[in-house]
Design a protein around this ligand. Structure first.
Ligand SMILES: Nc1ncnc2c1ncn2[C@@H]1O[C@H](COP(=O)(O)OP(=O)(O)O)[C@@H](O)[C@H]1O
Ligand SMILES: [Mg+2]
Length: 265
């Protein structure tokens, strides 16, 4: 798993310039080039404001690019696709729907076969450890449990690609660690291709096959670091010297200026 095979996402010469309401041009991404392979886990780290969320929104097909090529499985991304799921930092659950109903939302939105995909929602809720919480409402769940509902929901349409934008950033350190281990398990069981944005270097190293380091805005790929630590990884992985060396190497590119970048390790 995660060995270079077929590229599923290909980005070439990607550039994004925002035009603000006051007519100012903000270049967020400049000449971004990379490929992500089928079943690979890639993290993206970089200073705040360097264009990480911009990149994710372009891949998601909800934000137009200014220049370049962005391909999903060989075809240009031109709008939201059933082949890409997304998890944002905030769980965005509907408070008046219970866990099961929230998880089933894509069935209505994407007009999927109800019986088939309700079954899948149940299986996914079980996979994220929420089998007994289907009838609960979001306010009855912890932040980590709410985020697990979001992850299950993103997987309901069975997209081959999952994009995650700092999904555990709002969680306390212990819950975050637990969610990292959960995500490793989910990734290994579901064999998705995952692009994971984080500003935690340790999270990136623990989870990823490769880490893309972005430069300050306008973001471009500054370095790609291969993480060849053995799988399956666990909390013990974090205390190995190999882990420490890779994390240190990555931190060297990010410097001390970005307070967020060093907050979690
Ligand atoms: N809609 C927008 N209009 C103008 N500028 C934007 C808009 N969205 C983001 N930006 C700017 O683009 C840059 C990159 O933003 P973003 O992709 O959110 O960074 P990151 O996720 O890495 O923190 C920032 O300078 C941000 O202020
Ligand atoms: Mg962001």
């Amino acid at each position: 798993m995660g060995e270079p095979g077929r590229p599923i996402i290909q980005v070439e010469g990607l550039e994004k310039t925002y035009l603000t309401r006051t007519g100012e041009r903000v270049k967020a991404l400049s000449d971004v080039n990379f490929e992500i392979y089928d079943s690979e886990f890639v993290s993206v780290v970089g200073p705040s404001g360097c264009g990480k969320s911009t990149l994710l929104r372009i891949l998601l097909g909800i934000l137009p690019k200014s220049k370049g090529t962005v391909l999903l499985d060989g075809s240009p991304i031109e709008g939201p696709s059933n082949n890409i799921g997304v998890v944002f930092q905030e769980p965005v659950l509907f408070p008046w729907l219970n866990v099961f109903q929230n998880a089933c939302l894509p069935i209505r939105v994407k007009k999927l076969d109800r019986a088939l995909y309700e079954e899948r929602s149940r299986a996914l809720l079980a996979m994220v450890g929420l089998r007994d919480f289907s009838n609960k409402y979001p306010f009855e769940l912890s932040g980590g449990m709410q985020q697990r509902v979001s992850i299950a929901r993103a997987l309901v349409p069975d997209p081959p690609v999952l994009l995650m934008d700092e999904p555990f950033g709002a969680l306390d350190a212990l819950t975050r660690e637990y969610m990292n281990l959960e995500l490793i398990r989910i990734w290994e069981e579901s064999r998705k291709t995952i692009l994971f944005i984080t500003h935690s270097i340790s999270e990136a190293v623990l989870l990823s096959d490769r880490v893309f380091i972005l430069s300050p805005r306008p973001g471009s790929i500054r370095e790609i670091v291969k993480v060849d630590l053995p799988r399956r990884r666990s909390l013990e992985t974090i205390s190995t010297s190999e882990f420490g060396q890779i994390a240190k190497f990555i931190r060297g590119f990010l410097g001390q200026g970005d307070g967020e970048g060093t907050a979690v390790l």
